[in-house]
Ligand binder design. Structure first.
Ligand SMILES: Nc1ncnc2c1ncn2[C@@H]1O[C@H](COP(=O)(O)OP(=O)(O)OP(=O)(O)O)[C@@H](O)[C@H]1O
Ligand SMILES: [Mg+2]
Length: 360
């Protein structure tokens, strides 16, 4: 299903942020304005409602996309949505990149730049000729011996993946200007410069990501192979109904089943618990290794729309659990109405990407 929305023409200073997930593509167009970037258009393409086949995936969980198929779907989305921008920026799933946090002695930016190539060689187990590497300083701390260390996040993306993305965007008639690891994108949209230690939980279709953000910087990330589709599978199997019917029930009732639908949450809870146990583990690890106790959980991704999940998660985790707001730093036209909750959660990666391109 794709939506048509505002087709007001902006040609300069507009970018499309594109998040190609395993079962859906989310794209959002933001335009430069005097204050916050302004949302001018968006589109969503889901494989399930489009093809009615639960197993058609856009992005295989195997470090590679089929550039032709992804390109054709993206083209469909772009054509239906009537984006006015042609410049795009896209996310790389965290499983398709290699990220690692290293600690090196605190030194000037110039000295750090000199030291990094050596550090990268030491810490990234891939040949430098086959990857594009980026790094960003994300904090500092005193180590056990009283020395000040700076923490640097190193991100490596295989050249082959970059080439595939470029080819897919070309098919869609878009110029791909940059790629970014998705966890950095949603951190920018959801937390920005807010200093509160925060857990971002992205419940996607096939997997979920748990990120720790502290003082506005991404500190760590874990991925697990459970997502919203695991819950749909459980309903389909448990009630012996089709996948499509199970998906409908999940979206309508979520975890809120009344007396006649108690069974639905009984089927859902084991899978929600697997995800929440991992959140609990990440939280404990943040306390132990970062010395930062996360004070809240923001839930994003399509799975954030599971009715009742925040209340349930809050009971389990004992800290506030809120739907993430990816539009925190964006001006939103009033006409948007009903779509706003989904844009805030499910589009947070796409939004973070578009914000980045307008900032640079
Ligand atoms: N209203 C809703 N209630 C419950 N679940 C929902 C709702 N809307 C979407 N979902 C679920 O969200 C999931 C898709 O989310 P999303 O678009 O974030 O995934 P993706 O980005 O394609 O996947 P991944 O991040 O794993 O690559 C699906 O499992 C879908 O069933
Ligand atoms: Mg996703």
């Amino acid at each position: 299903m794709a939506f048509d929305f505002l087709t007001r023409a902006f040609s300069v200073g507009s970018y499309i942020g594109v998040d190609i997930g395993t079962t859906s593509i989310k794209a959002i167009e933001l335009s430069r304005s005097n204050a916050n970037p302004r949302l001018t258009n968006y589109g969503l393409l889901e494989t399930v409602p489009v093809f009615e086949r639960p197993n058609s995936v856009i992005q295989a969980n195997s470090l590679r996309i089929s550039e032709k198929e992804a390109g054709e779907l993206l083209k469909l989305l772009v054509t239906r949505t009537h984006f006015s921008a042609t410049n795009a920026i896209a996310s790389i799933p965290s499983f398709a990149s290699f990220t690692t946090m290293i600690e090196i002695p605190d030194m000037s930016q110039a000295e750090t730049e000199k030291a990094m190539p050596f550090q990268i060689k030491q810490n990234i187990p891939l040949p430098l000729s086959e990857i594009a590497v980026d790094w960003v300083r994300v904090g500092q701390r005193d180590d056990a011996n009283g020395f000040v260390k700076q923490q640097v996040l190193v991100i490596a993306i295989p050249n082959e993946i970059i080439a595939r993305f470029k080819a897919a965007f070309k098919i869609a008639g878009l110029a791909l200007r940059a790629l970014e690891v998705e966890t950095l994108s949603y951190s920018r949209a959801l937390v920005g410069t807010d200093q509160t230690p925060t857990i971002i939980l992205d419940i996607g279709a096939r997997s979920s990501n748990i990120s720790i953000v502290e003082k506005g910087f991404l500190k760590s990330n874990t991925q697990i192979d459970y997502g919203g589709d695991s819950i749909t599978d459980a309903i389909a199997n448990g009630l012996s109904v089709s996948y499509k019917r199970a998906e409908e029930l999940k979206r309508r009732i979520g975890m809120l089943g009344g007396s006649g639908e108690l069974e639905l949450s009984t089927l859902e809870i084991p899978f929600v618990d697997v995800i929440l146990n991992e959140v609990q583990r990440a939280r404990q690890k943040a306390i132990d290794t970062l010395g930062a106790a996360p004070e809240r959980v923001m839930v994003v991704g399509g799975g954030a729309n599971l009715a009742g999940i925040e209340t349930y998660a809050e009971q389990r985790l004992g800290i506030p659990v809120v739907p993430g707001n990816g539009l925190l730093y964006v001006d939103v036209p009033q006409e948007l109405g009903m779509m706003v909750p989904e844009l805030k959660t499910r589009f947070s990666i796409a939004t973070g990407l578009a914000i980045k391109s307008l900032l640079s």
